[in-house]
Design a protein around this ligand. Structure first.
Ligand SMILES: Nc1nc2c(ncn2[C@@H]2O[C@H](COP(=O)(O)OP(=O)(O)OP(=O)(O)O)[C@@H](O)[C@H]2O)c(=O)[nH]1
Ligand SMILES: [Mg+2]
Length: 922
């Protein structure tokens, strides 16, 4: 083995382009050879269990089954498995047997699992057990979980482990015998996901042994050998030195692009070898045996911007002042474009803050958690049911609290700074305000604080199980309107069997899921549980979520912690316990990556103010221009108008031809596919049974998907190029014109900064999250143009699914028409199916391109129209601004420049770091 291959393997891991495929060898090693960890051992157990339970089995059944299982030949093994599975299913013993065998496996040696975890890479396994999950704190997903699998294939997270052959706790998913293999081979999404991984990633097989020859994997490897022939990226397989030659030969004979890498003479050397693959950047990523929470801190060393307390409010105030100046100017001088700007800007400036509600049942520790988050004792905490009303804590320059009464109630009561829980208790605490008899609507607290100053609010609310009707409805409303939720579960009762995910909790999660509101789950009071119980409680929580289908990409955690310990540590100025800082980091990251973070909106406000300022300059310069200068300007203006028309025309033309080209390409692929159908029909053996239509469609399905995928891959870069082209053309035209109108280098600087911080469409349109629209875009992770269609194009699986290609065999071929009586009818039916698939695909792609083109033209138009209109009128009729107006203009410019300096520093610095370490947990 050459160092070239080893270096390449290390590089792929360092660059996070590797997916680990873990086989049964790892379970065998971790359990110190527990029989049920190997396939053969498991099946032997199965044979004995069947004999024990089923008195009807023929006398020699056991001998035959054992012979199959022990023959060492894969097909015999699969046949043996089939006997076992059928017998167990017949007696309804299948789940129980899985539980008694796989379910009882426990790791006794952790080196290998820890080494695997230390690579911090996505993991896929053919094992049914949860040994990896227990140790590495990841969640199991299976080949049947569609959305989880797509997320896995896109490698959106390293939090999950994909069980390719099923997971014991979900007996239906377990792939054991030939029939099961057919099931998984026919599962389009599972196969497509696997292939996506093979296409885009380097797979690293660990402890897979003969498992790679199983029907599912062998077909996958063979598929890669054909379809990815000539692809540059390698796959790797780690083996003992003695096995290398044999294994490599096996792959070579089949044309697999798999390199077998020796790790040493004995199995014991594998953990150290895997660790040696770890890049220096991942030092410390190794699982810490004392750690009881997910090791999220491995993932996100995001530098936080330094914000001085009260910064958000100060900047917002500056924004208000600058907008007031701008509107006054626009009003007095009758400038339409500037007026439009200032309205948009003030709208964005006053949008509500991103609101994180801390929810859970009464006494779960919500108020304690809010206090821990803000590092102060603001919310009253008691042993009995406490919080009576929502306490909203947001950013403020000066510390204050406002007690707001319900409509038509008393006027608000305002307390100025330092605020404490004792001050709020008479209104917020149920001992003083039982059932909210004082009719307080909410308490608004303002503080200078580094997280709040991102432009975020925390809301502490009563338990959602509070018996008082009045309190209950206010709580539901707050939960329903929050942008993100932190769900606090009290896990202290786990030991006594009292922990359940009750209906109320379930409803909260379901509603959050339905409106796509992110949820971070905190399991509080972990100090009352032993380590082992915490582990079990965690699995219990995850399983409950799975059972209720509540674990989505939007749910993070569970984060096990003790808020009490955090508060105690804070009180003695000790270090904050790690579980809490992990949770805080996850929350912070969630906030930071959100379009809604107030600072990002403020940046856009000030950038828009800067553009407005340039436009004011341009208008004044135009007004003052005389003689030849004026003529020059008029010519530049006319050119700008023409440019706009040309940009729009080019957009239209380009998108039109892209649609035509795509349609033509689809026709070519359709033709090719029909050719493949003809070949398929010809290849059917004469005189034998005519296959079912669905079987045949299935056999050709892969080619259909490959064809459609290649079309999308062809279209996507063109769309991006067109978007970038239009973006550049608008920027160039406007900046040329501004320069001709005598503008400074400011204009270019503004565009450059904005370009670094966001993307074009965000720069062009100020985002409007409106009242009803609570779903907020994730910026850093998404990046693209922000248009759904673009994302769909960028994600072939998504679009293929949307177009109904590849996953719709059963829908399109119904039972009644499945049988064909001759190969001619069969051919006609397959062609009919292919036609339908291509037509629906074509419509989806065409609609996608068309709507993207329309949207782009709209953006171009909106960006250029008001300014050009004003310019035209100004050149004719504008009056000279008065001294006051000039002073407002100067003040607005100064405020804007100041604010932008602060914001660029904060947003720019942190952004730079976050690009270095792309977040892997979203
Ligand atoms: N042992 C332990 N006790 C905790 C922890 N967190 C909170 N508590 C205690 O649990 C009780 C309730 O805490 P709160 O923070 O008032 O709970 P809450 O969810 O706000 O309760 P309500 O406002 O009544 O809904 C208090 O006695 C806290 O001291 C923890 O991590 N460990
Ligand atoms: Mg409370």
């Amino acid at each position: 083995m050459t160092s070239v291959v080893l270096n390449d393997l290390q590089r792929q891991i360092a660059a996070r382009r590797a997916v680990l495929v873990v086989g049964s060898g790892v379970s065998v090693a971790a359990t110190n050879n527990a029989p049920a960890a190997s396939w053969m051992g498991l099946l032997r157990h199965g044979v004995d269990r069947c004999v024990e339970l089923d008195g009807q089995l023929a006398g020699d059944w056991r001998d035959r089954a054992l012979a199959d299982v022990s023959s060492g030949r894969l097909d015999d093994l699969v046949a043996g498995a089939s006997k076992v599975r059928r017998s167990l299913l017949r007696q309804s013993e299948w789940p129980r047997w899985l539980e008694d065998t796989i379910g009882t496996l426990r790791a006794t040696r952790f080196e290998l699992i820890d080494a695997i975890g230390s690579l911090n890479a996505p993991i896929l396994t053919t094992n049914y057990d949860d040994l990896l999950e227990r140790r590495l704190h990841r969640h199991p997903i299976t080949w049947m979980d569609k959305s989880d699998q797509i997320a896995f294939a896109r490698v959106e997270s390293c939090e999950t482990i994909l069980h390719l052959h099923g997971f014991w706790r979900q007996p239906d998913t377990v792939i054991l015998d030939g029939g099961d293999y057919e099931r998984i081979l026919g599962a389009q999404l599972a196969q497509a996901g696997l292939r996506t991984l093979g296409e885009a990633w380097s797979l690293v097989f660990i402890g897979c042994g003969d498992g790679l020859a199983d029907p599912n994997f062998e077909q996958f490897l063979d598929w890669m050998a054909v379809v990815l022939k000539g692809a540059r990226h390698r796959h790797f397989r780690l083996e003992r030195k003695a096995d290398v030659e044999r294994r490599q030969q096996w792959h070579n004979e089949r044309g697999h692009h798999v390199r077998v890498v020796p790790y040493g003479d004995s199995y014991d050397e594998l953990p150290a070898f895997i660790e040696s693959l770890r890049s220096p950047g991942l030092e410390g990523a190794k699982a810490d045996p004392n750690l009881t929470v997910p090791s999220l801190e491995d993932v996100l060393p995001l530098a936080r911007p330094s914000l001085s307390a009260g910064e958000y409010s100060r900047l917002q105030q500056k924004g208000r002042e600058a907008v007031a100046r701008l509107s006054a100017l626009a009003r007095q001088l009758g400038w339409e474009s500037i007026g439009v700007h200032s309205e948009e800007i003030s709208h964005v400036l006053e949008q509500e803050l991103y609101r994180v509600a801390i929810t859970g049942r009464s006494r779960a520790g919500k108020s304690s958690l809010v206090n821990a988050l803000v590092g102060r004792s603001i919310c009253p905490v008691e042993r009995v049911i406490t919080t009576a009303i929502p306490i909203i804590i947001g950013p403020g320059e000066k510390e204050s609290a406002t007690i707001k009464y319900q409509p038509n109630g008393r006027p608000p009561l305002i307390f100025d700074g330092p605020i404490s829980a004792d001050m709020l208790a008479p209104y917020a605490d149920q001992r003083h305000n039982r059932g909210n008899e004082k009719r307080v609507d909410c308490i608004e607290v303002r503080l200078g604080h580094q997280v709040l100053d991102l432009g975020v609010e925390y809301v502490d609310i009563p338990g959602f199980d509070d018996p008082s009707g009045r309190i209950w409805s206010a709580t539901q409303e707050t939960i329903g309107e929050a942008h993100a939720l932190v769900l606090v579960l009290d896990v202290s009762s786990y030991e006594s069997g009292g922990l359940t995910i009750d209906n109320a909790t379930r409803e909260v999660l379901e509603r959050a899921r339905d409106r796509e509101c992110p949820v971070l789950v905190v399991c509080n009071k972990a100090d009352k549980l032993s380590r082992a119980d915490q582990e079990e409680a965690k699995l219990y929580v995850l399983e409950s979520f799975d059972r209720f289908r509540l674990r989505t990409a939007l749910v993070h955690g569970p984060f096990f912690m003790s808020t009490r310990e955090v508060l105690e540590a804070r009180a003695r100025s000790g270090p904050v316990p790690r579980p809490f800082s992990t949770f805080e980091a996850a929350l912070w990251e969630r906030l930071w990556n959100t379009e809604a973070v107030g600072l990002r909106r403020l940046f856009r406000v000030f950038d828009a103010l800067r553009v407005a300022d340039e436009e004011v300059d341009a208008l004044i310069a135009a007004r003052r221009a005389k003689g030849r200068e004026r003529e020059r300007l008029l010519a530049a203006f006319a050119r700008c108008q023409q440019d706009k028309a040309r940009i729009l025309e080019t957009c239209r033309h380009n998108f039109h031809s892209l649609r035509q080209r795509t349609a033509a390409l689809i026709e070519v692929r359709r033709g090719e596919h029909f050719h493949a159908i003809a070949e398929y029909i010809e290849s059917l053996p004469a005189g034998s049974r005519v296959p079912l239509v669905s079987e045949s469609v299935q056999a050709l399905q892969e080619r259909l998907i490959v064809a459609c995928r290649s079309i999308i891959e062809n279209v996507t870069p063109s769309v991006t190029t067109l978007r970038e082209g239009a973006e550049k053309a608008v920027a160039r035209t406007l900046s040329e014109f501004r320069e001709e109108a005598g503008l400074s280098a400011q204009a270019r600087h503004a565009r450059a900064t904005l370009g670094a911080l966001g993307n074009w469409s965000e720069a062009v349109v100020l985002p409007d999250s409106g009242d009803g629209e609570r779903m907020l875009k994730v910026t850093a992770a998404g990046g693209g143009a922000g248009l759904a269609v673009f994302f769909a194009l960028a994600n072939p699986v998504g679009l293929l699914a949307a177009a109904g290609v590849g996953f719709g065999v059963s829908v399109l071929v119904d039972v009644l028409t499945d049988r064909a009586d001759s190969s001619a009818t069969l051919r006609a039916r397959i062609e009919e199916h292919a036609n339908a698939a291509f037509t629906s695909f074509k419509q989806s792609v065409d609609a996608g391109i068309e709507s993207f083109g329309r949207e782009l033209a709209k953006q171009v138009h909106q960006r250029m129209r008001p300014f050009l209109n004003d310019m035209e009128r100004r050149l004719e009729t504008m009056r000279e601004p008065t001294a006051d107006e000039q002073r407002w203009h100067a003040e607005m410019r100064e405020t804007t420049a100041d604010a932008l300096r602060v914001l660029e520093e904060v947003l720019g610095s942190s952004r730079a770091v976050s690009t270095l370490h792309p977040p892997t947990v979203v």
